[in-house]
Write a protein that binds this ligand. Sequence first.
Ligand SMILES: [Fe+2]
Length: 261
Amino acid sequence: MKFIHISDIHLVSGDGPLNGCVPSDRLDKCIQDITKWHGDAKFCVISGDLSEFAEKGAYKSLKKKLLEFQIPCFLMIGNHDDRDLFQSVFTNNPCDENKFVQSSFETDDRVFIFLDTKKQGKNVHDGELCENRLDWLKKQIINSGNKPTYLFMHHPPFDIGIPYMDNIRLFGSDQFLSTLSHGKNIQHIFYGHVHRLTFVKWHGYTFSSLTSLNHQSPLVSGSVQGEFCDEPPAYGVVLIDENQLTIHFNNFLDRKPLHQT
Ligand SMILES: [Fe+2]
């Protein structure tokens, strides 16, 4: 089975520029590359920060692009998004009984769970999973039984050694960890938010993140001028079978032929 992971597309209204790049152009090129080379993917996940400024126009632009994308897409929200505004545009997007943007997708042999880690309130960038969201997660995890289960979340529940990001991670990680302990077969957790490629093993659970499609976080603050940098964007091509999980981090804009000398 193949699926695609994309994160932090940060669209702006009017398809304008942001931090020196054009996020809508990056997303168009990403979708074109996936369509051309990975049209056999079963689904695609965009793990939050769909918009930069939580503008209705940005969500409408995303909706239009996805109507032309042949692969079904699961959408999650991040700290830059507005839950109500997102749901007013994506009216059929699944949510839990408390209207959080959480859902699960089950195939014959696997379960995929998409979480909403956005903290309530305007201009709040750290993450939370309140009691209601954790209760929902607990139910999903228990219902998944022995089936291999994969989680997706925007904020990571740990520090990654970049202070800028560590200050706005998911807090309440003890409660999250305790909820995970109800799972019998959690295979991997995909996350976004940090705008970098990472692999993390935390309390025995493995995690991976992706670069943004638009702008990246420098590993060392001050190693480049400005808050963000222009390292290559990537999408993840995830291959799963009974015994293996493989993630290809695909730097789709940098695939160029070698120059022969
Ligand atoms: Fe982001």
